[in-house]
Design a protein around this ligand. Structure first.
Ligand code: SF4
Length: 433
């Protein structure tokens, strides 16, 4: 998450003042440690080795404010121990924000979700969450199984509530570069909806997104998922392992109806390919208009018609307040028995428990899910083990050349910006995408 312009300005002004005063050395960030105790016990941590009377001690809000006034830095980092264990931490943070200090609260985030309501989103406050790599690596590093999932849940809750959130990661000598890369990719799955939740996002700032950079890989992967559920290839592979020759007729795609909720660029490309398979395509779009290869483009209010007619229902909706848990028990009940649900949009669109219940009751044939409320999908999530639900590890969009596509779009937009032309793929703040 980028540093706010006001913060950059405040720090630059502070540095300039120090230079004008002829100071060669001056503090920039105050490390305020109001307590040493922690709710983790990482191997080798020096803090938690202190005697009990020190671990019980904590600074009062007044102590903190005096230290901050005396130091005078524009930024205050609050490490620990674990700051969220301090019973008066919300008061301390509120006092620092009132003093216009840019506060970075370093936390292991185990308590972040449950204590979030005690804080107010502000451009002055950032939660800096310590995440030491992918799930296994992080849990090993902090000696706590399940720590990663709790921390990531806290991160998502904070971002969704409009807080500024950064993460910090310790990279040890010998760290596996692929794992580090995958870790940072995971952390980057915030999505545009989280940018829109930022409290200090200037009203006149134009946000653009990487929409359109998935139009090559995602339609192919969606068509792959259609073939996967309609044709008995997976069964043949299983039977091959046992040396068994079992013939099962493949379900034809020709003549079947593909319903697409969210007929944007990706949906239209899927429709084009599906039409070549002689499938019938229908779908919804916020602003319906006739579209090549689509038999009926309906407004969102007529979603029920799409649900009732589709043999395959593809979700490509964005995450907005309106689409939260959009596919719930009521809408699943409108689908054809024997229909497949494919979600390549956002995890939040589906009410997880309702989908599991519908698949278990054989109300629909099953679901192919490429996106989830929490990614990676936690090991204990019932999606993993529900027969009829196929879990894909968010492989719909990635393309070996994705960075190049995004860079090309960025460069093109930079040129447009400099020429005063409208930017491509601008985000509509009203619709949220
Ligand atoms: S989270 Fe930090 S303070 Fe807490 S035990 Fe681990 S290293 Fe020590």
């Amino acid at each position: 998450m980028a540093v706010p312009v006001s913060q950059a300005w405040t720090v630059a002004t502070y540095v300039l003042k120090q230079k004008l005063k002829g100071r060669k050395k001056y503090p920039l960030v105050l490390m305020l440690e109001p307590l040493f105790r922690c709710n983790l016990a990482c191997a080798g941590c020096g803090k938690i080795q202190y005697p009990a009377h020190i671990l019980k001690a904590e600074l009062s809000p007044e102590d903190c404010f005096n230290a901050v006034e005396e130091c005078g830095t524009p930024m205050v980092a609050i490490p620990g121990g674990e700051p969220l264990l301090h019973p008066r931490m919300p008061e301390i943070v509120a006092g620092l924000v009132a003093r216009r200090k840019y506060v970075y609260m370093c936390t292991n985030a185990l308590l972040l979700k449950e204590k979030l309501h005690l804080f107010k989103p502000s451009k002055y406050l950032s939660f800096s969450v310590h995440v030491d790599g992918q799930r296994e690596h992080h849990d090993f590093s902090v000696c706590r199984e399940g720590g990663y999932d709790i921390a990531m849940e806290g991160v998502r809750a904070a971002v969704a509530a409009g807080f500024r959130v950064t993460t910090n990661t310790t990279l040890f000598d010998g760290a596996d570069p692929n794992s580090v890369r995958a870790h940072f990719d995971e952390l980057m799955t915030a999505g545009v909806e989280n940018w829109l939740a930022m409290p200090d996002l200037p009203r006149d700032l134009t946000l653009t997104c990487a929409r359109g950079t998935h139009t090559e890989s995602m339609p192919e992967n969606i068509i792959g998922a259609l073939f996967y559920v309609a044709k008995p290839y997976a069964l043949a592979v299983e039977n091959q392992k046992r040396g068994q020759w079992v013939q099962k007729a493949a379900q034809p795609l020709t003549g079947k109806t593909l319903g697409i909720l969210g007929l944007g660029a990706i949906g239209q490309e899927v429709a084009r390919i599906a039409a070549t398979l002689r499938m019938r395509v229908i779908g919804t779009r916020r602003r319906p208009e006739p579209m090549a290869h689509v038999d009926a483009v309906l407004p969102p209010e007529r979603t029920s018609e799409v649900l009732a007619q589709s043999d395959f229902l593809l979700l490509l909706l964005p995450a907005t307040p309106e689409t939260e848990s959009f596919v719930d028990a009521g809408r699943l009940a409108m689908m054809k028995p024997g229909a497949w649900l494919l979600n390549f949009g956002r995890g939040q669109i589906i009410k997880d428990d309702d989908l599991i219940a519908a698949v278990k009751a054989k109300q629909i044939a099953g679901a192919v899910l490429d996106v989830f409320r929490q990614e990676p999908l936690p090991a204990e999530h019932p999606f993993w083990t529900t027969e009829g639900i196929i879990v894909l590890p968010h492989i719909g969009g990635p393309h070996p050349q994705r960075d190049r596509f995004v860079a090309r779009l960025f460069v093109e937009n930079l040129g447009r910006f400099l020429d005063g032309k409208p930017l491509k793929e601008a985000v509509d703040r009203k619709t949220g995408y």
